[in-house]
Design a protein around this ligand. Structure first.
Ligand code: GUN
Ligand code: ZN
Length: 439
């Protein structure tokens, strides 16, 4: 058992934050030997319950749940910052040519290693990530995530049409490869598999049907794709699948909407789409830096909450511009504020932070649902993935956070001014890794 004394941030079921100024976080193994939170609360109440336990004190620091990135592309690490007229030219001119390099396993391993270390440096301890269409890119990512003991989900991209040589796969082989990867990796250590059709336009109906059949056969694996991001993309999807009620409904028609399915973007929805998300248990990966960078549009938070479906935050690197959850939370605030194309609201800092931790975990079905692990929070039983924040990491942060009169002012200062300099340590499965090397 280990214990840490610091301020502690965690979340209640109603999306609000619980904050203990002088808290104690006790970490120890659960019945399966997995390091979890054994106790959390005020230092003065808990310290006596664990006599003899060595306590590491981090004065002036905050312990918070590791961030959960609901949608990111490992192979687009080097695509960040590639400007384009919009999604489709960006895919054609930058993304597909770059992703074609990942047939090379050594290259895929080098990028996967950098990518995961970069996530950890930014305090992200779990991601639902795209690999490429090459099985070698999935192998590389799973191996590197396993070495780092991460709870991590990825899958081979399915794209058997309207894709250039080098990334286009073959219908039957792509489904054989997907099933082999599920059997080899899903449930190994903390790893999970996601069936990953890139988006409806680049899959034949046969490939989507096969993906849906695999989803039915393996109900515990995840599903990830993109939807309703960009107007040209939507027009294209409607042309290719005119029999479906909407672009989103295409996925439902092929059996690809259920619990543990996560769709990136979900911008251009009507209320029937929102109801379909709610009724199927699917979740949206809101990707604000990507949507601003590619000029895609603004996620409608009011619409999502009015109809009541799940969502959480995502970087969507490399359409997205940053690995930093602070940058993503700030961009989500801008997107929420926008009030010309949909209702504009002022999202609270607690809600923004929840979206990137406990909310994203709930979207993945990893918030303690029957038999499932809990991540993205620091309540008792949650897996021991957390970050150590220094609210005085920069001169301006020190000045600003010293003036905070309440939790919202403190969290807003961190969101608006924060980046990787705030992250003093990231702990995965109870062990510190980058940047803090030791207790
Ligand atoms: N739609 C299909 N593929 C992609 C991708 O790689 N990034 C984004 N942002 N949208 C997509
Ligand atoms: Zn994406």
């Amino acid at each position: 058992m280990k214990a840490y004394r610091a301020a502690i941030l965690r979340f209640a079921d109603d999306r609000t934050a619980l904050y203990e100024e002088d808290g104690l976080l006790v970490i120890g193994p659960d019945a399966q030997g997995q390091p979890v939170v054994r106790a959390v609360g005020p230092y003065r109440d808990l310290a006596d319950r664990f006599p003899g336990l060595a306590i590491t004190h981090f004065p002036g620091r905050i312990l918070a749940p590791g961030f959960v990135d609901l949608h990111i592309h490992c192979p687009q690490t080097d695509v960040i910052g590639s400007p384009a007229e919009g999604l489709l030219p960006w895919l054609e001119n930058y993304t597909f040519p770059h992703e074609s390099r990942f047939h090379d396993g050594a290259y895929a391993t080098e990028v996967a290693s950098f990518f995961l270390d970069e996530l950890l440096r930014h305090g992200v301890t779990t991601a639902l990530a795209f690999a490429t269409s090459h099985p070698s890119s999935v192998e590389a990512l799973f191996q590197q995530a396993q070495q780092r003991r991460l709870r991590f989900i990825t899958g081979k991209v399915l794209q058997d049409r309207f894709s250039p040589d080098g990334v286009r796969d073959q219908t039957e082989q792509s489904l054989i490869d997907t099933e082999a990867l599920i059997q080899r990796w899903h449930g190994v250590d903390r790893l999970g598999y996601a069936i990953t059709p890139r988006f409806a336009p680049t899959s034949t109906p046969e490939q989507l049907r096969g993906a849906g059949e695999l989803a039915a056969r393996y109900p515990q694996v995840w599903i990830q794709s993109h939807v309703a991001e960009n107007l040209a993309e939507i027009a294209w999807a409607r042309e290719l699948f005119p029999q479906s009620r909407s672009y989103l409904a295409t996925y439902a028609d092929f059996g690809l909407m259920r619990d543990r399915s996560v769709y990136a973007h979900c911008i251009h929805f009507d209320d029937s789409d929102r109801a379909l998300m709610r009724d199927t248990g699917a979740a949206a990966a809101v990707s604000p830096t990507s949507n601003l960078f590619l000029g895609s549009g603004f996620f409608d938070y009011q619409g999502a909450d009015r109809v009541g479906y799940r969502y959480g935050l995502a970087s969507d690197v490399g359409g997205g511009t940053s690995f930093s959850p602070f940058h993503t939370m700030l961009a989500a605030y801008y997107v929420g504020r926008e009030g010309q194309t949909k209702p504009g609201l002022s999202l609270s800092p607690q809600h923004l932070w929840w979206q990137h931790t406990a909310g994203a975990a709930a979207a993945l079905g990893l918030a303690g649902e029957a038999g499932a692990p809990s991540i993205g929070n620091l309540n008792p039983g949650c897996e021991a993935d957390f970050v150590l924040l220094n609210p005085k990491a920069t001169p301006l942060l020190a000045r600003k956070t010293a003036q905070a009169r309440n939790l919202d002012e403190l969290l807003f200062s961190l969101i608006v001014l924060g980046d990787d300099r705030l992250i003093e340590g990231t702990a995965v499965a109870g062990q510190w890794c980058a940047p803090r090397a030791a207790d």
